[in-house]
Design a protein around this ligand. Sequence first.
Ligand code: GLY
Ligand code: MN
Ligand code: MN
Length: 455
Amino acid sequence: MWEDSLKAVGNEPAVIHEDEYRARQSRLLSQLRPNDLLIITAPHESTRSNDVHYPYRTSSDMLYMCGWEDPESVFCAYNEDGQWVTALFVQPSDVLKEIWEGRRPGVEGAMENWPIDLAYPHGDLSVKLSKMLENCSRVFVKMGVDSDVDELIEKEMKTMSRAKQKLGTGPVSIVDPSSKINELRLRKSEAEIELMRHSAKVASQAHIQAMANTKPGVGEWQLEGIIEGFFKYCKTSGIAYPCIIGSGDNATVLHYNVNNDTCDEGEILLIDAGCEYKGYASDITRSWPVNGKFSEAQAEIYQIVLDSQLAAIDECRVGRPYDAPHEAARRVLAEGLISLGLTNQSLEEALDSEKGDLKKWYMHNTGHWLGIDVHDVGVYLPDGETRVFEEGMVITVEPGLYFGAWRPDVDCPQRYANIGIRIEDDVLITKDGPDVLSSDCPKTIANIEEIVGTA
Ligand code: GLY
Ligand code: MN
Ligand code: MN
């Protein structure tokens, strides 16, 4: 039933090659000293109830450093005779557990197929990690992810403080490696970009399917079912974040996600949905009329948001500050409010972050980094300086206008009551300008009207 969309998504790209993982590890380890120890942790499994667990998703740093996805894993790197050695603690093979819970690569599989030098059963962690800690001076670890590792490190720090004074060895400080890893994750490789492009292609087609199946009377939850079903149909791991499927006044609630309302004649529907493909997120929003034809009032707002989004995308260029898209979008949105007579303020007044009218109807930022996490890592103001775009960075561009008539804090203009519009694309910075990874997803008024309700 989804064959055309599946064809439009195209073939799956290559997975990240072992050499790339090794290069990532080297880039990080080259910033450490020989007597440092690096530990990358993953969260514990979480129980839903009784014997049922929430679907497991490992830490993004674990995915980035070695691609291991299963629970009970710890990645370490230590220096031995001038060489960095990487080790991964994993769930060992266990026939009984595997009969119930599924097959495991085990220690042997990890050694054979993952980019590491050594693999150990997770049960050896305490003994082996204690030994590694004895021999190191700084421990690079993000605390608060794996409580067992935290406890072990704290215990070693305490018990070894005496020995340290006598022998001069043992851990002296805990350092969070996140700032170093995040800088690496911020710039995407060719292989990562292809995975992200695929993720965005799947999400684009999911939006097209949702558009085609929209008509008055359809349930937000039914469109959610189509989107999530399509994500799975394309062999992604599913949603990258809970789908936002808001019709009517729900479209004016930024992170609405109960998705239990009926889409009614005359309403705008806003869908913000993205998938995770091989660990990489897409994040797309489109807004369309439930009945397939924008009313005049809806089209007025839609066109302003679209113009602001195009102006913002045009700022996604090497060397431009990361907030240039936000400033461009704000300007076009404020001009739009003025042209519709929705404010008596001047442009500069409307843009004022304290007293401007723009923030009544546009209350969020225009974008965020995108990658392994939907709100991906990367400092926006490194050392207090505004980050400038570099090749390989991926940012979302997602301006909107939200006229919630239910809001007690503002007087909503009647003509635009409960119109909520956001248009969000995923944009790669390249030396040739912005490359919209989600460009398969229609966004002009004409293109959207052509599709809505055609299923
Ligand atoms: N999907 C959440 C966001 O757009 O940031
Ligand atoms: Mn977003
Ligand atoms: Mn979004």
